[in-house]
Design a protein around this ligand. Structure first.
Ligand code: THU
Length: 159
């Protein structure tokens, strides 16, 4: 028997400790939550993607009466960014979420399906995508999807 341990690295910073570029992206993700369509969960998620050319693209969760037809903010944002600018790597993705009273006390973890889409975005552009998970307290900073989706299935297995 062999035990395999996979280490992930997350830095937890306060908003004030982030540089201006990251703060701006977090602000964009927070602002985006106001444009969420979440009449069923009342849980509003916003994401902001900083593209390599400096453009910031935002997106939100979009729900549907047929629940599985809805989409998370991360996928809305990355699919839109990749549709509009298919040649632009995503440098950083910031995610923020709020319920009806306020933003969350602990960082919002993307769902499993979104993690898989984050991974694909990285792989298609051959460079790590930084991820910022916002909360009112700590903000988690990850240097790539390897710290969010260890032991991942990607295109390399299809070769
Ligand atoms: N949601 C996101 O947009 N991103 C996540 O990472 C987790 C969940 C959305 C989906 C749904 O509209 C609502 O939050 C409640 O699950």
């Amino acid at each position: 028997m062999k035990e395999i341990k996979i280490e992930i690295n997350i830095r937890a910073l306060r908003y004030e400790e982030l540089d201006e570029k990251d703060r701006k992206l977090i602000d964009a993700a927070k602002e985006a939550t106001a444009r969420s369509y979440a009449p069923y969960s009342r849980f509003s998620v916003g994401a902001a993607a900083l593209l390599a050319n400096g453009v910031i693209v935002t997106g939100t969760n979009q729900e549907n009466a047929a629940y599985p037809s809805g989409t998370c903010a991360e996928r809305t944002t990355l699919f839109y960014a990749n549709s509009q600018s298919p040649d632009q790597p995503v440098d950083t993705l910031a995610i923020a979420a709020r319920n009806e009273s306020d933003f969350l006390e602990s960082p919002i973890p993307p769902c499993g399906a979104c993690r898989q889409v984050l991974l694909e975005t990285e792989q298609r552009f051959h460079q790590p995508m930084r991820i910022l998970l916002y909360s009112k307290n700590d903000i988690y900073v990850l240097e790539g999807t390897k710290d969010l989706l260890p032991l991942s299935f990607g295109s390399e297995y299809l070769k």
